[in-house]
Design a protein around this ligand. Structure first.
Ligand code: GDP
Ligand code: MG
Length: 161
């Protein structure tokens, strides 16, 4: 079976680990345990063509400040990203600062890894009353292939139930 490596990247506590739990295990926990280093999960998905592929999902700890500087990606992050087929860049729609971090990471990564698709996930869409990001703020993010609002809690745009 073909395999594809996808990396979850973004600021602390935006929901990277929760999105992976929802997608792979169909669970959501309120608890917050900082991810140390990297955790790898796999899930086999069926493509519209009928082919199965194994997604190998790397849940990477909150990005190093070095990764937020233009043209500067930490050597540790480069190691994690080796062989990646796609990047899921996660931000928290209730915390605009996390979108700023995503913008910085996106810019640095688009320069270094121009051929790897970067998809932005604006997470926590269930917290509508605390939502603080509007579409205009998404326009100046470089290198994005696509953008979705998601919720690890409700499963919006995560789980296919
Ligand atoms: P990570 O540091 O990016 O891996 O973030 P976590 O997945 O550990 O989540 C950080 C916190 O946000 C935890 O308390 C989660 O329960 C919470 N959280 C994550 N995703 C969502 C979501 O979609 N909705 C809500 N309401 N809370 C979320
Ligand atoms: Mg985590």
């Amino acid at each position: 079976m073909r395999a594809r490596k996808v990396c979850m990247i973004g600021d602390f506590a935006v929901g990277k680990t929760s999105l992976v739990s929802r997608f792979v295990h169909s669970t959501f926990g309120e608890g917050y345990l900082t991810t140390v280093g990297v955790k790898v999960d796999t899930k086999v998905i069926r493509l519209p063509s009928g082919d199965d592929i194994k997604l190998v999902i790397w849940d990477i700890e909150g990005a190093d400040p070095a990764d937020r500087e233009p043209d500067s990606i930490s050597s540790r992050m480069k190691t994690y990203l080796q062989g990646a087929d796609g990047i899921l860049l996660v931000a928290d729609g209730t915390r605009p600062g996390t979108l700023e971090v995503a913008r910085q990471i996106g810019g640095a990564f688009a320069t270094e890894y121009g051929d790897i698709p970067i998809v932005l996930l604006l997470n926590k869409s269930d917290l509508a009353e605390q939502w603080q990001v509007d579409e205009g703020q998404l326009k100046d993010i470089d290198g994005l292939t696509q953008c979705f609002t998601t919720s690890a809690l409700s499963g919006e745009n995560v789980a296919r139930t």
